[in-house]
Every structure is written in structure tokens, then in C-alpha cells.
Design a protein around this ligand. Sequence first.
Ligand code: ATP
Length: 232
Amino acid sequence: MELIDVSYQYKKSNRQVLNQINMKLKHDQLNVVLGLNGAGKTTLFNIMAGSFKPTSGTVKEAFTHEQIAYQVQGVPFLNQLKGKDLVRLFIKTASQPFDPKSAVFANNMNKRERTLAERLWEQPLGQMSLGERRWLMVMAMCELDRKLYIFDEPTSGVDPDSRLNVLHKLESVALNPNRYVVMSTHTLQELEHVDCHIFLLHDGEVAFDGTYDELTESNKNPDEAFRQIVSL
Ligand SMILES: Nc1ncnc2c1ncn2[C@@H]1O[C@H](COP(=O)(O)OP(=O)(O)OP(=O)(O)O)[C@@H](O)[C@H]1O
């Protein structure tokens, strides 16, 4: 998937959020979009998902809605829904078989994850912590068979252990030549041991496009390396 000279400006706004962006997503690797608050990450995801039409420019290899799984931030679900209902919702909308007796999506989980999945299975969403809810949603979405997966801050509020599990899950989803996986995060340290390609959005442009090692070449602290780029 490639974005060619993509620009975006919200109606009634005089600011160009994205200004002739060029990006080529990688297969077999996690694509990570970084940027300050308001840099345009969610706007970019909406363009990739086809929800927003670029003001100008082209999205090459655009996918239909059926080919995309998009985890957006802050979607309200009924608090009474149980974990299994949420998973069923995702799986059923994809017309995939769902077995209510077993946590089908738990097949590749380690012991701790499996215990968590089993506990959340019968627990209402309203009684889950924010991190538990996010973890469950991301794991369920990974079970869908799609061409493009977009995760807007999938590790936000998730504890360090589950965060690693989520990232490794996304890495494994990306290990398929017919898929693209894109995510955003503000926690740069979590990327050190992840096979990923980084795009850093700043001032409407891609200010950095490269690997984690390249990002931290001049400063081993990724936050400082990030700061250097956005201070230029
Ligand atoms: N509907 C809208 N109308 C006008 N401006 C908007 C609208 N939605 C977002 N913006 C502006 O567009 C810019 C980019 O927003 P976006 O949500 O894409 O940023 P982001 O990088 O995802 O931020 P964050 O890291 O805080 O989630 C922001 O300055 C925001 O205020």
C-alpha cells in the first residue's frame, strides 16, 4: 500500500494536517506511525481505511471495507456485553464460525493470556479495566482475516506484559505477504525489540522513515531521538 502526495485539510479549517505525504507500507513487518499529539496519525489512518478521501493525492492499492480491520480509539460498547459477546461480534461480522463454548481466539496464547481470556470471557465490559478491554479487542481483531489491519494506539493503557503479547501478536499477523499491519503508539521504548518500520509524522510531513535502529542512531533514548526530529 502506498500513499502518493497525499494531503488532507479538514473542512472549515485553514490548516493542512497532511501535506503531500509519501509513504510505502511494508509487508512482513509492523508499520508504526509516530507523531506528536495532533500530528495527524488518526487522520492518516482514516485515509488508509477509506473513511476520509484525501484532499489531493492518491492511495495506491486501496482496500474495501471488508478487507480492513480498524481498531479506532474510544468506541463505546454496551457495558453489559460480556467478553465473549465482543469477540462474537467481531467474528460474526466477518461471517467466520464462532464457538461460544471455547475462547477460539485463545489458541496461540501463553498460559497467562489464556487465563486472562477465560476470565474476561464471562465478564461484562463495564467491569473490565481499560487495558483489559483494549487487549481483548485487539486480540479478537487479530483473528479476522483481512488485508489491512489498523490499530490506533493498541498498547495504550495495557500493562507491560500484555503489551509485549499484543506487539508480538501484531508482529505475527504482519508475517504474511498479503497483509499490511499499521499501528500508532506514543511509547517508543516498546518498539526496541519489535520488527517494525517507523514513519514519524511532523508538521504534516513524514519527518522520519526508517528502522528503530536508524531512529536511535544518534541518541539511544528513543524519546530524545524523537524530540530531536520534531525540534528541527
Ligand atoms: N473534524 C475536525 N475538524 C478540524 N480539525 C480536526 C478535526 N479532527 C481532527 N482535527 C485536527 O487535525 C489534527 C490531527 O488530528 P489527529 O486526530 O489525526 O491527530 P493524532 O496524531 O491522531 O493525535 P493524537 O496523538 O493526540 O491521537 C489535530 O490538530 C486536530 O485538532
